[in-house]
Ligand binder design. Structure first.
Ligand SMILES: [Zn+2]
Length: 305
């Protein structure tokens, strides 16, 4: 069972250290390569490519990721609102926060990294090769870009789950309910809307009318076991893995790529900074992934279709 943890560096680092412990005599292990031609050679032969993506990809589309020092909505650290306890204490407040995030997404578009991944999936699909996106992001920008094979580890801003009957549904209504119209402003001095629970989003499945919640994985909740096992299957069978825009300190992504690297499969990291796992990977491409990814995933000269 994997529980979504608050990204606590101490915990992650000690765990990673144990996992990444280098074998004896490997102290002089080479740094990862940034040789694009060498990466492209491996890419051109890969049959099953896993692409693990994180907040950095969304950030390049201007999506607020609520991580680190800027991670505040009103006076709350966003992570404090993304918990089942916060929702049961004050569903109106948590819905205002998620309503704000949904409405912000209406103004955002996929960036060249999302588009390169989607185009690559479509092109390679015609050659009998697969590309699967395993993402921590909940903004559906991969879907907007045209990706089809997506495993959303942390759910979606545009899905709801009923607290009474458990029914999950796609939901892109704007606003999601009348009472939230014009609410959710992020400024610290905005007053809470204190919407009565009956006026919050309600279940429309078979007359249930239960309270809906965002179908995202909150801190302290377990990941969907079906999605997790599908992701593990993809990672067990991939012959190339890309890690894009994630610091690799957030579970479960932190485990995925080192696990793949440990069985000798090439892993390429595309990120703005080195991560605790960088030294385990064959390739590291530094910079915004909207710049580094498109040339990496473009049609290779050996592709005929
Ligand atoms: Zn229901």
């Amino acid at each position: 069972m994997i529980v979504r943890q608050l990204p606590c560096r101490g915990f992650i680092n000690s765990h990673l250290r144990a996992h990444l412990k280098r074998p004896q005599g490997s102290q002089d292990m080479a740094r990862p390569s940034s040789d694009l031609a060498a990466f492209r050679e491996i890419f051109s032969k890969a049959k099953n490519i896993a692409i693990v993506t994180g907040a950095g990809v969304s950030a390049e589309s201007g999506v607020p990721t609520f991580r680190g020092a800027g991670g505040y909505w009103r006076k709350w650290q966003a992570q404090k609102l993304a918990t089942p306890e916060a929702f049961s204490r004050n569903p109106s407040l948590v819905w205002e926060f998620y309503h704000y995030r949904r409405e912000v997404m209406l103004t955002k578009n996929p960036n060249p990294a999302h588009l390169a991944i989607a185009e690559c999936e479509e092109r390679l699909g015609k050659q009998g090769r697969t590309v699967t996106v395993i993402t921590q992001n909940i903004d559906e920008l991969h879907r907007c870009a045209g990706s089809q094979n997506i495993l959303e580890m942390h759910g979606s801003l545009f899905k709801t789950r009923c607290m009474s009957c458990g029914h999950e549904a796609d939901n892109s209504k704007s606003p999601i309910c009348a009472a939230l119209e014009g609410k959710g402003a992020p400024d610290p001095d905005t007053g809470d809307a204190q919407i009565p629970v009956q006026q919050l989003p309600r279940c429309e499945h078979k007359g249930c009318h239960g309270l809906l919640r965002p179908a995202v994985v909150w801190f302290g909740e377990t990941l969907d076991s079906d999605i997790l096992s599908r992701a593990e299957k993809v990672l067990d069978s991939c012959d190339l893995c890309l890690v894009v825009g994630t610091s690799s300190v957030v579970y479960p992504a932190a485990m995925f790529a080192p696990q793949v690297a440990a069985r000798g499969v090439p892993v390429a990291e595309f990120n703005m900074e080195n991560t605790p796992a960088t030294m385990r990977f064959q390739f590291h491409f530094h910079g915004p992934c909207g710049t580094t990814l498109p040339p990496a995933l473009a049609r290779h000269e050996t592709e005929h279709t």
